[in-house]
Design a protein around this ligand. Structure first.
Ligand code: PEP
Length: 253
């Protein structure tokens, strides 16, 4: 049985004070949550205070990005060890906004995933196709290629520490959601690729869906056999909305 994992991706939203206010409102709403892992990926500037606010709760702290190097002359960057010190348990790598706006390649994503694993932080590794790729019938080819290259070097014995997030680029922040059947087709494909790469570990690896997940569509998405959670952008900014998403997962798992 895979424990559902519901992750908030706040992107460039919320100051440290706003993040603490979110935690104060959100934690009571998920106090009874069981059989679900809840993760909040906040901006770097909010991680310290948010981590303190979440301390003692079951909600895990996450970063949205990381540099693959342990330290050095990389102005503006943040190393894995710095995230460990703040209590991050997860780190998002390869979000489509990082890939498209900041030119991150699959090779960069792989090096970041490996750096997180080396530091003891679990990567949430994102892959997804553009609308043009989907409409030209290349979705599985694109996902398969990106997944394989982004997993380069990941040792089999660490595979189950990874979470894969399938996020169709055309569904992120657009209000358009893949139908549950469309999402399941890709999730099933991803699991088959993981099985080829990691063998039996693929059965315990969690694959999240991301792309305009909301309280009113999470149920049908989570009902799919290979969907083990959600990566949630816009709807995670509001404690009430995100708690409804998280509590649904608890009921379904
Ligand atoms: C995301 O940022 O990963 C995401 C899926 O955003 P949204 O839920 O707003 O589509």
């Amino acid at each position: 049985m895979r424990t559902a994992i519901m992750a908030a991706n706040w992107k460039m939203h919320k100051t440290a004070a706003e993040a603490v206010a979110f935690a104060e409102a959100f934690l009571p709403l998920v106090a009874e949550a069981a059989d679900v892992e809840i993760v909040v990926a906040a901006p770097f500037t909010a991680l310290d205070r948010l981590g303190r606010a979440l301390d003692g709760s079951a909600v895990a702290l996450a970063a949205q990005n990381v540099n693959a190097e342990p330290q050095g002359a990389f102005t503006g960057e943040v190393a894995p060890g710095m995230l460990v010190e703040l209590g991050c348990r997860y780190g998002i790598v390869g979000h489509s906004e990082r890939r498209s706006l900041y030119g991150e390649s699959d090779a960069t994503v792989a090096s970041k995933a490996l750096a997180l694993l080396a530091a003891g932080i679990r990567p949430i590794l994102c892959v997804g196709e553009t609308l043009e790729e989907r409409e030209s019938g290349r979705t599985l080819e694109v996902i398969g290629g990106s997944l394989a290259a982004s997993l380069a070097g990941v040792p089999g014995e660490r595979a189950d520490e990874l979470v894969i997030a399938y996020e169709p680029v055309w569904a992120i922040g657009t209000g358009k959601t893949a139908t549950p059947q469309m999402a399941q087709e890709v999730h099933g494909f991803i699991r088959s690729q993981l099985a080829e790469r990691f063998g039996d570990s693929a059965e315990s690896m969690r694959i999240q869906y991301g792309g305009s997940v909301k309280p009113d569509n999470v149920a049908e998405i989570m009902a799919q056999p290979d969907i083990d959670g959600a990566l949630v952008g816009g709807a995670s900014l509001d404690p009430d909305n995100f708690s409804k998403i998280a509590r649904f997962a608890q009921q379904e798992s």
